[in-house]
Structures are given as C-alpha cells and as structure tokens.
Write a protein of this length. Structure first.
Length: 382
C-alpha cells in the first residue's frame, strides 16, 4: 500500500462511502527547517485515526495503513516539498494526498464517508484557463490557474511563428493597393505599399491563422475559458478578427515573456476572483428568482429529496455548519446522530458527495454570503 499525490478534484476515491474513511487535514510549511513541526502534527493526527479504527474496525486488518503512516513520517520528499496545507484521505486499501496553497486547521476524522468540505471550498474558487501568449510574430499556449501554469506541448509540425505560418505568402513590399475597412476579418488597414502596410497585413494574416488553429484544435477540445496575453496594441486587432467563443473579455496586457512567474499568476488570480465572485452573485440571484416558482428551497428535507432524485442543479452549503448524522441511501432518509461523538458523519458532507455524483454545482460559502440562514439551500433543475 502506498499513497498517491493528486491534483484532480474530486478524485473518484472521495466519492466512496460505506467503509472506514480516514480524512486528515493539517497545516504545512514551505520552509524545510519547519518540516519537523509538520511531522509531529501528522503523527498526532495519525494516532487519532488509528485509535478510531481500532475501536470501529476491530475485525479489519489495519496494519498496512499503520505501516504507511509510519513510512510517511520518514518520507523526506513528502515534507520537503510542502505547500501551506496537506489533505490526506485513506481507506484500508488506498490513500491519496492533496498539497494545496491553503492552510488547514488540524483535524482527523474516521467515518463512513470522507470529510471533503474544506477541500471543496479550496477548489471551487480555482478556475483553469487556456492562455494564449501572443506576440507580433509568434505565439505560445499555456494551461493553468493562479497556482500553476504549464506550457502546452504542440506537435513538431505546428508552426508558431509568422514566418513559419505565412512562408512564401508574405505580402510583397511592392503592393500598391489599399484596404479601407473591407478586410473579411473586420480589421482595418491603410496604406499603399509601404513597409508598415506590409507588416500590418502579414500580422493580420498571422493573427487570423492563430485564432483559427487555437479555436479548432485547442479550445473546442479543452472547452476552457481562454485568456489573451499580449501587448496593448495587439488586443483590439486580435479581438476584431477572433471567432473563438472561448476567448473571454478579461485580458492581460503586456508580453508574456516580460512577466515574472508570480506576476502573471497574480494577474490570473485577479481575473479568477472576479469571475468567481460574479458566478456566486449570479447563482444567489437565481436562487431568489426561482423561490416563488418553488424551484429553489432552503429546507433540509426538500434539498435532500432533490439530491436523491437527481433534481439539484446547484447546492449551497454554509462553510462552518455541521449537521451530525448520515444519509442512508437505501432508505433514502437522514440518520441523525450526536455531535459529541467524535466519529459521527456530517450530513452536509454526504450531501456534497451525492451532489458530485449527480453533477450538481456546489458552493461552500461563509454564513454572510449564503442566500439563506438555514445552512443549506438548493436550486432545482425542474
């Protein structure tokens, strides 16, 4: 038995239930000299989990998991490359980890389903973008978010420079005709054969090629919102001719190559946060508008019924709210329990898990951002 470091969310393991599920969260540190503190916190959380398993799963073999916990204590690679937080999820057969740029409060829970609310809150606000880094005579493509950006690797035969794209089709410098607002791509170029006119016409051809290739071969496949990163003077020209429906209005002005890594991530974070804030406001407004049509509700039983019948389009959960108990899928009922029981499930975690299984949108919100005071709400599909 070994662990796997994940970046995809939610991993399919997190949607499992009905067996001992260990959920552990702890704060970690990027600085290597702090790793001993992190290991100590981990050891204490692991002890709590083992004690719970010994109490609730005495008929199961937990030795492989205990051995893995011990190996993790001594795994320098695990602790030397930490971010701000570590989330650990394990059954008696497998384990996954998430390193994230979010500090967690230390917690160890063993129950019949995973405690994923803190991780949902982290990942819900992260949008992945395709990024077009456009220069006057070249382009590059990236994929990522405000935490990580990776270059897209294109096939060798894909031309990414103006000279490679146009080849022998460069505009000749002896051209004597002018184009005044009549270009088929909507761009306007002026002149009668000067060098600057030749450059502008070639650039328009190049931009049009880039737009067509990116839309047809990249955007349609990935279906991700695309951010254009280019100098201020190129934004208008490219957008006039672009047919890419995934190109968003939010932009980053400047040459991609001139940005430091942390600076380009900061620009992406600004775009990400604005879009997420708008998304929440839109969902809350939609919730209010549908209330009169009985297509939204803040009643726990109604929301639960909606989840079990796959009617929930959007689920709102209050961040710090806990409803002790679990959902019994077979009887399609809630089974409430005592909050003082350290091994009790959280009904809201079960609801989140089920919402993922039926493809609902999920928002974990602070109390003052919730559309209701009940701690849970939903918009129904019909």
């Amino acid at each position: 038995m070994n662990y796997k470091i994940c970046t995809d969310f939610p991993n399919e393991l997190l949607l499992k239930s009905g067996e001992p599920c260990v959920s552990m969260y702890l704060p970690t540190h990027r600085l290597i000299f702090n790793y001993k503190k992190d290991i100590l916190v981990f050891k204490n959380l692991a002890k709590e989990a083992i004690a719970s398993l010994e109490q609730t799963s005495s008929n199961r073999d937990i030795k492989p998991l205990i051995a893995l916990f011990k190996n993790m204590e001594d795994d320098s690679d695990l602790w030397n490359y930490s971010l701000e937080g570590l989330a650990i999820f394990a059954t008696l057969d497998e384990m996954i980890l998430y390193r994230v740029e979010k500090e967690f409060q230390p917690i160890s829970i063993v129950s019949n389903s995973f405690h994923i609310k803190p991780l949902v809150e982290h990942f819900q606000a992260i949008e992945t973008f395709s990024i077009l880094a456009l220069e006057a005579e070249s382009y590059a493509l990236f994929i990522g978010n405000h935490h990580e950006i990776k270059p897209m690797v294109l096939k060798d035969e894909i031309e990414t420079t103006l000279s490679g794209v146009l080849g022998s089709h460069h505009t000749e410098d002896y051209q004597t005709h002018g184009v005044y607002g009549g270009a088929s791509d909507g761009s306007t170029f002026h002149g009668h054969g000067g060098r600057s006119d030749e450059v502008e016409l070639d650039r328009a051809k190049f931009f049009k090629h880039v737009d067509r290739f990116v839309f047809e071969e990249i955007s349609k496949a990935l279906k991700l919102p695309m951010i254009l990163v280019t100098r201020k003077e190129h934004h208008a020209d490219f957008r006039k001719l672009s047919k890419n429906t995934f190109l968003i209005e939010d932009r980053i002005e400047g040459s991609f190559n001139d940005f430091k890594d942390e600076d380009i991530k900061l620009e992406i974070k600004k775009i990400n946060d604005q879009r997420f804030s708008f998304l929440i406001d839109q969902a809350i407004e939609n919730y209010g508008n549908l209330k009169a049509k009985e297509q939204s509700s803040d009643q726990l039983i109604e929301v639960l019924k909606g989840l079990l019948t796959s009617r929930v389009d959007t689920l709102f959960i209050e961040k710090d709210k806990i409803i002790p108990g679990k959902i019994d899928i077979e009887s399609q009922q809630m089974v409430q329990s005592d909050l003082e029981d350290s091994q009790t499930d959280d009904i809201l975690d079960d609801m989140i898990q089920h919402a993922y299984l039926i493809g609902s949108k999920i928002f974990i919100l602070k109390k003052d951002k919730m559309p209701t005071t009940s701690g849970v709400a939903a918009i129904f599909r019909y």
